[in-house]
Ligand binder design. Structure first.
Ligand code: FES
Length: 281
């Protein structure tokens, strides 16, 4: 099936030239000439990817990306602009754009970004399906240690998330049935606690220490730098599912503070510079 791409740019020539660039590809290209029209189109039909101009007469491209990321987190977003600056690039990536390209760009440049974005979207969807299938296969084993009482709701949510990496929709319904409460109750509990996630966790799981020893030796500055480098905050995952960020009370290496842990490997005596080097993308 052809991938659907929406180009939102007030310069008609951009949409026209992208159509030409991709005429031999299996893409369906649609265009919108301002932010309002782009949002209306996006709400009316599903797109795989949106290419959004930063400066438009009504809503800014950043606001369009922010809104679409909230409403349709699976849609990939690419920002383009003739007014490029490091600041706008960082802001675009922070709110969830997959990439950022300054105008004018060549057909090869935009083709390469579109190909990577659509490839990443496909990979993420496949990983999510695989984890959901894994849940379906082993779910009886996940519930076995429990009696099905309402008081077990949080431990069961923790157990499922620990096995799958997030809480699939199907699991939320199963848990409601297993402990005999309405599904709205399960959602209320899961959304109340920051530890629970509804999307898959990143391949690199970062744990930042917020313990006293790390705190007095500069952990807040380390955390700021990690958030700046990756464009995500505590409890979030980067759009390419590469990194997830969490804080913990103590990593258990207080003598090496301030420290962080990435997939069980401890990085000791961190500085903002070391963080920048570690997460340079
Ligand atoms: S306080 Fe940070 S590792 Fe213990």
């Amino acid at each position: 099936m052809a991938s659907k791409i929406l180009v939102i740019d007030d310069e008609k020539i951009v949409g026209d030239s992208l159509r030409k660039t991709f005429e031999d590809e299996d893409y369906e290209i649609e265009t919108a000439y301002n932010g309002e029209e782009g949002l209306r189109r996006a709400r009316g039909e599903a797109f795989d990817l949106m290419i959004v101009d930063l400066k438009m007469p009504d809503i800014s491209g950043l606001d369009v990306i922010r809104t679409i990321r909230e409403e349709q987190p699976d849609t990939m977003m690419v920002m383009i602009t003739g007014y490029s600056s490091v600041d706008s690039a960082v802001r675009a990536l922070k709110i969830g754009a997959f990439d950022y390209i300054p105008k004018p760009f060549t057909p090869d440049e935009i083709s390469s970004v579109v190909e990577r974005a659509l490839g990443t979207k496909e990979r993420l969807a496949r990983e999510k399906r695989e984890r959901e299938a894994f849940y379906r296969l082993y779910k009886r084993a996940f519930y076995k240690p429990f009696k099905g009482e309402e008081s077990e709701l949080i431990p069961i949510l923790q157990q499922v998330q620990g096995e799958i990496g997030f809480l699939p929709e199907e699991a939320m319904l199963d848990i409601a049935e297993f402990v005999g409460v309405p599904k709205s109750r399960v959602y209320a509990v899961a959304t109340f606690y920051a530890q629970f996630r509804f999307t898959p966790i990143g391949r690199k799981h970062i744990m930042m220490c917020r313990g006293t020893s790390c705190h007095v030796r500069g952990a807040p500055r380390i955390r700021e730098e990690v958030e700046k480098q990756l464009g995500i905050r505590e409890g979030e995952t980067t759009p390419d599912l590469e990194y997830s960020l969490e804080t913990v009370a103590c990593i258990g290496c207080c003598g090496l503070s301030p420290c962080i842990m990435v997939n069980n490997k401890v990085y000791a005596k961190m500085t903002p510079r070391k963080v920048a080097e570690l997460f340079a993308r």
